[in-house]
Design a protein around this ligand. Structure first.
Ligand code: PGA
Length: 256
């Protein structure tokens, strides 16, 4: 996808902490086989670190890109157990940054996420920045404020002429089967687009906005037909090759 052609849906599969190296290769092959003849989309799969290289090799020459699920902000050094953007840059094109599971379970701060984004861009990897409110924020009418504050802190100092993707994932919709209504999703995407417009003017139109949270083959169509939704970040459904490929096909067919 060129980012000037956002009519093409961008579908990202986040495999989270699932698959072994062998089953990741099997899943990647199954997706590759079924997706090969579909063109109206950009597809990315994000396996666990240990499978990144094998999945990249499996998908080499296909129209499916590979992403990591996380990275550290430092380039190298004494940070046991961590992976840098520079390391990732030799094996993948995208990296998910600031997923709510990282923010919640690993206490990742907005500042740390900001540093990761800057590091990803320096290494020429496209970051997929995740933002989203929790249920308490939504119930108290603070959803917009929460997302604004995440975006402003996370994007601080960034050159948004670089490639970046933003995923809006309401925390209450992730893995719960309770996807946000298309109206809620579109309303927040419009809000995000306005924040981006303040930062980069018309260029905000070229930043792909993904919805994430219980997306499946049946509901993808209503999301990608919204004015400000350019694709989806998909967790559970991306682990089933058949369902994921049907989801991609349903996104591809949707015109808006
Ligand atoms: P889900 O996960 O599709 O399983 O809700 C989405 C995500 O966490 O990115």
């Amino acid at each position: 996808m060129t980012y000037d052609d956002i009519a093409v849906a961008l579908i990202v599969g986040n495999w989270k902490m699932n698959t072994t190296v062998n089953s990741a290769i099997t899943l990647a092959n199954a997706v590759k086989f079924q997706i090969e003849d579909q063109f109206r989309h950009e597809v990315v799969v994000c396996p666990p670190y240990v499978s990144l290289h094998s999945v990249s090799e499996t998908l080499r020459g296909s129209n499916i890109a590979v992403g990591a699920q996380n990275m550290h902000s430092e380039t190298n050094g004494a940070v046991t157990g961590e992976i840098s953007a520079e390391m990732l840059s030799q094996i993948c094109q995208y990296v998910i940054v600031g997923h709510s599971e990282r923010r919640t379970y690993f206490s990742e701060s907005d500042l740390f996420i900001n540093l990761k984004l800057l590091a990803a861009l320096s290494a020429d990897i496209t970051p997929i920045l995740c933002v989203g409110e929790n249920l308490e924020d939504r119930d108290s009418g603070l959803a917009h404020d929460m997302v604004s504050s995440q975006l402003e802190a996370n994007l601080n100092g960034m050159d948004l002429d670089s490639k970046i993707v933003i995923a809006y994932e309401p925390v209450w919709a992730i893995g719960t089967g309770q996807s946000a209504s298309p109206e809620i999703a579109q309303d927040m995407m419009f809000h995000i687009r306005e924040i981006l417009a303040d930062l980069v003017g018309n260029r905000s139109e070229a930043i792909p906005l993904l919805y994430g949270g219980s997306v499946n083959e049946d509901n993808i169509g209503v999301y990608v037909s919204q004015a400000d939704i350019d694709g989806a970040l998909v967790g559970g459904t991306s682990l089933n090759a058949d369902a994921f490929c049907r989801l991609v096909a349903n996104a591809s067919r949707t015109e808006r």
